[in-house]
Write a protein that binds this ligand. Structure first.
Ligand SMILES: Nc1ncnc2c1ncn2[C@@H]1O[C@H](COP(=O)(O)OP(=O)(O)O)[C@@H](O)[C@H]1O
Ligand SMILES: [Mg+2]
Length: 307
């Protein structure tokens, strides 16, 4: 179930006995799994399970406390051009007057290859990624006039600059309504197949991803389980990851993960607010509101609300 390397398939990502610690606490403890090139992996797990932390480790923003990570066969490095990253915190975009095309180009100037602003190769790459996400019409309009789903398309375009082979998309569905969620998932799936790139797509709800994902990486209680939906979304595996009894119900092609009679994904995020409700600084990686919501929680002691 841990998806070890298979014959003939290159590994996009190899995580071997990895421990990740924050504030002296192990967020991931001796986790091992391997993702093949071209896979679409849904990264799931309760709030605070370590989805964002794992992505930051792949980016070299958090050193491992133990074990090793290889991306495309190479040791982790900061600023790895083969990784495209969409951070979880993307707030403040709704109010911006900057035009879509310039917004995409800003990412190329910022951290891709340090080419001079407006160079021909940057401009060509911006047009290439706008094509990929079918956003030429949006690109002429200011961000403030776009819907959440449209802004998400431009953010995806930014991630594709410089032709990465691995995309880390951290909760792209937060604050989107179900119709836009489906649109974003379908778009990522189409682009991923077109380019044959690997995608780690984190979400706190499984159902929007069900038709698109190849395998699921479920995090919880310091552990990681990687496998097909049928292998991972089961009572024994999830009960271990949540550290409490979990039931899995399948209804009309949807899957409900239940703790007692409460749907766990709803429980986890009942108080989460849309990004547009707040204006945060861009560079905040973590934003713990510290609300002391008093409802019961399956992942004990891990009650944080990242928006
Ligand atoms: N800078 C930090 N110092 C200490 N603990 C942190 C820090 N950032 C996040 N955490 C904690 O690490 C855990 C994992 O967080 P995170 O990776 O954001 O989870 P997820 O993305 O799955 O919601 C949470 O319990 C969170 O509170
Ligand atoms: Mg997160």
């Amino acid at each position: 179930m841990n998806g070890g390397p298979q014959h003939g398939a290159a590994s996009a990502l190899e995580v071997e006995h990895v421990t990740l610690e924050l504030g002296g606490r192990a967020i991931l403890n001796d986790a091992s799994f391997s993702v093949r090139t071209g896979e679409f992996i849904g990264v799931l797990g309760p709030n605070g399970a370590g989805k964002t932390t794992l992505m930051r480790a792949l980016l070299g923003l958090l050193p491992v406390s133990g074990g090793s990570i290889r991306v495309d066969g190479q040791a982790v490095v900061r600023g790895n051009p083969s990784i495209g990253y969409m951070p979880q915190i993307r707030s403040g975009l709704a109010g911006r007057r900057v035009r879509g095309r310039d917004f995409v180009a800003m990412a190329a100037d910022g951290h891709h290859w340090g080419l001079p602003h407006g160079s021909a190769s940057v401009r060509a790459d911006v047009e290439r990624v706008l094509d990929l996400v079918d956003a030429h019409a949006l690109a002429a309009r200011p961000l403030s006039e776009l819907s959440g789903g449209e802004r998400q398309r431009l953010l995806l375009a930014q991630c594709l600059l410089g032709k990465p082979t691995l995309l880390l998309l951290d909760e792209p569905l937060i604050s989107l309504d179900p119709r836009h969620q489906t649109g974003v998932v379908d778009l990522v799936r189409r682009v991923q197949r077109e380019l044959n790139i690997t995608v780690l797509f984190s979400a706190h709800e499984l159902n929007p991803l069900l038709n698109s994902l190849d395998r699921v990486l479920y995090l919880g209680n310091g552990r990681a389980a990687l496998g097909t939906v049928d292998e991972v979304i089961t009572k024994p595996v999830l009960s271990q990851l949540y550290g409490s009894p979990i039931d899995v119900m399948r209804v009309n092609g949807r899957i409900f993960v239940m703790s007692g009679d409460v749907e766990i994904e709803k429980l986890d995020h009942a108080h989460e607010e849309g990004e547009d409700a707040h204006e945060h600084d861009h560079d905040h990686d973590h934003h713990d509101h510290g609300h002391g919501h008093g409802h019961g929680h399956a992942a004990k002691g891990k009650h944080t609300h990242n928006v």
